[in-house]
Design a protein around this ligand. Structure first.
Ligand SMILES: Nc1ncnc2c1ncn2[C@@H]1O[C@H](COP(=O)(O)OP(=O)(O)OP(=O)(O)O)[C@@H](O)[C@H]1O
Length: 260
């Protein structure tokens, strides 16, 4: 059996706000194994981002247990356990693509030679070799998001946390990046935690789909995908794919309130 990369047991996180407590995560139990591609899907406010932020040590749990590579999130962060890709590419417009990717490496004091090698490898992984001297505004939205993925890959963490990275892109670009991401995942054997609002995206990409529900934020279903590892885009029209998509939709419907 593969080792646990993220393990949550009865994990709770409550934000204290002026309007009272917000239960962003309530009794979350989840095991993410090495090499898994896990999608988190659910309506706005169900705690998807909060869960990624707890893994990344950007938020502290209120109660329960969470380990990342067997460590506390604090120790895992210090051991550079993960790369984080945000919703928007968040590239600095005054820095070239290579300088943007270099930024975390500079902060972490990697040697100049090592930085260069890592930047070249990361750009190759996202098919952006040749664009290192360009500025972000010279690239399309999809290419910018690939550059931000390269930045997260550059220090070669085994765990990649991706918070709706393709949400702002049009469908054709998104399809293409989904395909590219699967190839990258297969080539690098990374563990990926991926937040999305899209059922087809979740089903297409994942080995495991975590369906969540708000108020309080909780996990309502965990679906282990039965799709093969090899996934051409056409797989989205197969009965097996539609069956999993149906189960995700049912899970979302069960946790949805139409009164808000
Ligand atoms: N820093 C914070 N302080 C107070 N409440 C917060 C904070 N961050 C998030 N929340 C609340 O916690 C709940 C979960 O938020 P979270 O961003 O994790 O949800 P989400 O599922 O990622 O939503 P979305 O799909 O809109 O990004 C929401 O009700 C949100 O308003």
């Amino acid at each position: 059996m593969q080792a646990s990369v993220v393990s949550a047991k009865d994990l709770c996180l409550t934000y204290q706000t002026n309007d009272g407590p917000v239960h962003a995560l309530s009794d979350v139990n989840l095991d993410v194994r090495k090499g898994d591609f896990v999608s988190f899907i659910g309506p706005s406010g169900c705690g998807k981002t909060t869960f990624l932020r707890v893994i990344a040590d950007l938020e502290k749990k209120t109660s329960g247990e969470i380990t990342v590579n067997g460590m506390t999130p604090d120790d895992a962060r210090k051991a550079r356990a993960y790369g984080y890709v945000f919703q928007a590419p968040a590239l600095y417009p005054w820095r070239t693509i290579e300088k943007n990717i270099a930024l975390p490496l500079e902060i972490m004091s990697y040697a100049a030679d090592d930085q260069k090698k890592r930047i070249a490898e990361a750009l190759d992984l996202v098919n952006l070799s040749g664009f290192e001297k360009k500025f972000p505004w010279q690239l399309s939205g999809g290419m910018q998001q690939r550059a931000s993925i390269a930045r997260a890959l550059a220090f070669d963490a085994d765990l990649l946390l991706m918070d709706e990275p393709f949400g702002a892109l049009d469908e054709i670009v998104r399809d293409h990046l989904n395909e590219e991401l699967l190839k990258l995942w297969a080539r690098t054997n990374k563990t990926i935690c991926f937040v999305t609002h899209s059922i087809p995206e979740a089903v297409y990409l994942s080995t495991k789909i975590v369906v969540m529900s708000p108020r309080p934020g909780r996990v309502t279903d965990v679906i282990d995908s039965t799709l093969p590892a090899e996934r051409p885009l056409g797989i989205r029209e197969t009965p097996e794919f539609l069956k999993i998509a149906h189960r995700v939709r049912e899970g979302l419907r069960a946790g949805h309130s139409y009164e808000e």
